[in-house]
Design a protein around this ligand. Sequence first.
Ligand code: NAP
Length: 321
Amino acid sequence: MKTAVITGITGQDGPYLARILIEKGYKVIGTTRSYNIDNSFWKFKYLNIDKDIIVEKLDLMDMSNILGILKKYHPAEIYNLAAQSSVGLSFKEPLGTFYFNTISVNNLLESIKLFFPEIKFYQACSSEMFGKVKKLPITLNTSMNPISPYGVTKMASFFTTKVYRQSYNIFAVNGILFNHESYLRSNNFFVKKVVRSAIMIKRGILNFLEVGNLDLKRDFGYSPKYMEAVWKMLQLDSPEDFIICSGKSILLRDIVEYVFDKLNISMKLVVENEELVRPDEIEDIYGDNSKAKKKLKWEYNLSFFDVLDILIEEEINNLKT
Ligand code: NAP
């Protein structure tokens, strides 16, 4: 039986990735900064993996703590998903975001290099590393020009991973994932907020939806499908980086209109608030997923409107109000 460690298990992607690994027969160790995971345990129950997952407390800023977990479980694979992952919050907490998102990656790779060089390592990178680009779609050859503290940290983690792969022959890969959503997304992220708020307006417990700039386009996908690609990346014989995205961008305004229209709510209840506009924004971004489709044999054909249908249905069924 293969053992895998997933850091950031309490987030959106961790539980979906854990479900894939458990279905494939892995022993899965999920790690969290806090042992008080009551707030997130519902996610494991929701995916019916609560009895199959081992949760460990792990401070990724402390290398001796990492080594303790690796010595205890001897994993074949580590999926590093833990991060301060909000672009908006990274403008408010740039130092905390930088320290955690960079040093945690260094600590993991240094532990692998020194003591467990056989472990395969996956680093969760982001399209935010590219920032404003001259040409779309984004490919692995596109220059990085991040415009948020978060983007800077993910760029640093990308190159750190690449250095350990090239210099020390470690199986270390970067997954450059574009925005992906699901029912397990935190409430502060745009799509989740739109869907939840619309249902709450429909149920008469919220008066309006507050938004920032809606005239931006993003490449959105579905987390459970993206996690399939992440697992496939560590099954290759040699390490390579991949872009995982839908390949198309969609206007944020169209997302709000689709959700409000589906729930029969007036767009007059959408209020634009200057305070929610970020200091700098990428206007349009979408990526090229052809390498992932070809080399990983990853299939992805969902339009984001299909994903929105899934999200609306799950939220209606589960939102307790
Ligand atoms: P998420 O929901 O924010 O989960 C990340 C987890 O990291 C949290 O549950 C948290 O768990 C842990 N964490 C560790 N240190 C943290 C810190 N300083 N601040 C906040 N949380 C911290 O992220 P996700 O959506 O599952 O994404 C997984 C990874 O993919 C992240 O690295 C993210 O940056 C990256 N990514 C995500 C997307 C996307 O659209 N979702 C796109 C590209 C890249 P504990 O508190 O339990 O430790």
